[in-house]
Write a protein that binds this ligand. Structure first.
Ligand SMILES: [Zn+2]
Length: 117
């Protein structure tokens, strides 16, 4: 019985180690390989977790409309968050909390501006 419980501990340790490795691998992917970005879940939808070639993706720069008010010189457009659409699952990835990807905007295949009133 004692040996069996040790085996169980080992398999639990292995599972835990794999989970930690997965997290580390994700971090290495995002930080050290500037050519890859990962499709992640966001408030818009669930990402598939695929690592995508940044040069295949279109960077979507959103702009939002700021209406005129008393203290401003009329209305204007302001740059909002960046986004990209996963080429694997079609999920929209929001980049407002992923500055490492926003910082690589120039590596994307192209930049598409989207204006939303
Ligand atoms: Zn995806």
């Amino acid at each position: 019985m004692e040996d069996l419980s040790k085996l169980k501990d080992l398999s639990e340790l292995e599972t835990e180690a794999k989970e930690v490795l997965d997290i580390i691998n994700d971090q290495i992917l995002e930080e050290d390989d500037p050519t890859l970005v990962k499709c992640e879940s966001s408030s818009i939808g669930d990402g598939c977790g695929q690592a995508l070639e940044i040069t295949d993706l279109v960077y979507i720069q959103t702009h939002y409309y700021v209406p005129p008010n008393d203290s401003e010189e009329g209305d204007y457009w302001s740059a909002g968050e960046g986004r990209f659409i996963c080429s694997s699952c079609g999920c929209i990835n929001r980049l407002y909390n992923r500055p490492s990807i926003e910082g690589r905007k120039k590596l994307f295949k192209s930049v598409k501006n989207e204006y939303k009133a």
